[in-house]
Ligand binder design. Structure first.
Ligand code: PLP
Length: 472
């Protein structure tokens, strides 16, 4: 494609993008397609000859678009948000155009230096401990894996990287709440701890990890000759938004010499709000902290901010520099590939820079407060309905509920709410997902899409009431 053809199509696509953003709320949030129906429309053989862009774009509209779930729909109340914003999308266009591989300082000095600066901005905006140094990773899963690897190396005096964990003869355990995200167990598998060495500690009624149970599990391991290597506290659990007491968890972990990682993938953005900073009390005791601007800070996936207290320990764990990756003649520069599991790095700082500058901290705070306020209103509205039950308390912008019509037996409620969720999502007018609370099937209601307003939440509440009562 020559540059003039590119220019013409790029203009068309920008028009399409602006129309999409303006009109996404008129589309069904989740498509009603059956598995395999999209693939069935795509030939099994790749094209032997190039096709005109018009044909490719037509298929994008006819085949791809009907199969998309619209995460940027203002009635997206499912999972956690992956919200974006126009400045972030514009930055992604530039990032894609530059196509830079930003693994080393010299492979794009601006990308490295901007990354350093924007993570400093984040640290200030969230009032993180001044001892933290940050970098941008692709995902919280990767940051947690890096933290687990750091913990492993600390517990084994760096022998594990050299000889392999098995050769150290040590057995290392990882501790987290039973509500903690699956990325922790996955990371523990990959890092060689083994899934069996992940202690899933019971949570209390408010879904915070039980400190007595944590202490007891660590003591039991120590008595059995197992080293407590890593304790992970969660600010904002995935199911119900449970908040661990970071300070207390870190005290227990430190008393036993364990590494402390804090997973605030979703809720970390709320630390931008001074009134919610108490959620991170004790963070100065942590060794590592991750939160995802790609969840709730208007920045396109992928953008996960990872902060550590000892970047040297992170680099000792992950850095591996063959001759072809050496930076010559620029001593003292940061090569962020030494801070993360993958070598290759996208220029992720650019979109964060665009977002932070376009909205300013105050603009972002206004949006976060709007989401929290709207979730609170939805929670209060369902709480007073006699046939609805709030099944876990409001945590920032997330709560869970279930429909409990008079006369329906407890044993029937799971199936009833599963059907309710399916019917709600089939309408395409809103999108919710489920979790379990104390074994019961419940529906999550989280507000976090950039453009969600009161009218979207009101419409979702009407839809829930109508659909539930129609079923009952
Ligand atoms: N931690 C928590 C609490 C999460 O909710 C999630 C994803 O929803 C993750 C970690 C994983 O995030 P990522 O997709 O960035 O790996």
């Amino acid at each position: 494609m020559d540059s003039e053809t590119f220019r013409r199509h790029a203009h068309e696509l920008v028009d399409w993008m602006a129309d999409y953003m303006a009109g996404v709320e008129n589309l069904p949030v989740r498509p009603q397609v059956t598995p395999g129906s999209i693939a069935a429309q795509v030939p099994t053989e790749p094209p032997a000859r190039g096709e005109p862009f018009e044909a490719i774009f037509r298929d994008f509209q006819d085949i791809v678009m009907p199969g998309m779930t619209h995460w940027q729909h203002p009635s997206f109340f499912a999972y956690f948000p992956a919200n974006t914003s126009p400045p972030s999308v514009l930055a992604e266009m530039l990032t894609a155009t530059l196509g830079a591989q930003c693994m080393l300082w010299q492979t794009s000095p601006a990308a490295t230096e901007l990354e350093g600066r924007v993570v400093e901005w984040l640290a200030r905006a969230l009032d993180l401990p001044t001892t933290f140094s940050g970098s941008i990773q692709a995902s919280a899963s990767e940051a947690t894996l890096a933290a687990l690897l750091m913990a492993r190396e600390r517990a084994t005096g760096c022998a594990s990287n050299a000889a392999g964990l098995a050769q150290t003869g040590q057995r290392l355990a990882v501790y987290c709440s039973e509500d903690a995200h699956s990325s922790i167990e996955k990371g523990a598998r990959i890092a060689g701890f083994g899934a069996d060495m992940v202690r899933k500690i019971p949570a209390d009624a408010d879904r915070a990890v039980r400190l007595d149970a944590l202490e007891a599990a660590i003591r039991q391991d120590v008595a059995a000759g197992i080293t407590p290597a890593c304790v992970i506290a969660c600010i904002g659990g995935t199911g119900t938004g449970g908040m661990d007491d970071v300070w207390a968890v870190a005290q227990i972990a430190r008393a036993h010499g364990a590494f402390v990682h804090v997973d605030a993938a979703w809720a970390g953005s709320a630390l931008l709000l001074p009134e919610w900073r108490h959620l991170a009390d004790g963070l100065e005791l942590a060794d590592s902290f991750v939160f995802n601007p790609h969840k709730w800070l208007l920045t396109n996936f992928d953008c996960s901010a990872h902060f550590v207290r000892e970047p040297e320990a992170l680099m000792r764990t992950l850095s591996l520099v063959p001759e072809y990756l050496r930076t010559h003649g620029a001593d003292g520069v940061t090569d962020y590939s030494n801070w993360s599991v993958p070598l290759g790095r996208r220029f992720r700082a650019l979109k964060l820079w665009f977002v932070l500058r376009s909205y300013g901290i105050e603009g972002l705070q206004d949006i976060l407060r709007r989401h929290i306020d709207l979730a609170g209103k939805a929670h209060d509205a369902l709480k007073v309905e006699p046939d609805f039950e709030i099944t876990s308390p409001l945590k920032l912008a997330l709560f869970t509920f279930r429909h409990r019509p008079a006369g329906m037996e407890e044993g029937e409620l799971d199936a009833h709410n599963e059907t309710l969720l399916q019917r709600l999502n089939e309408t395409g007018r809103a999108y919710f997902t489920q979790t379990r609370v104390a074994g019961r099937y419940v529906i999550r209601f989280q507000v976090g899409q950039t453009n969600t307003e009161a009218r979207h939440v009101d419409a979702a509440l009407d839809l829930i009431r109508e659909t539930a009562r129609g079923l009952a």
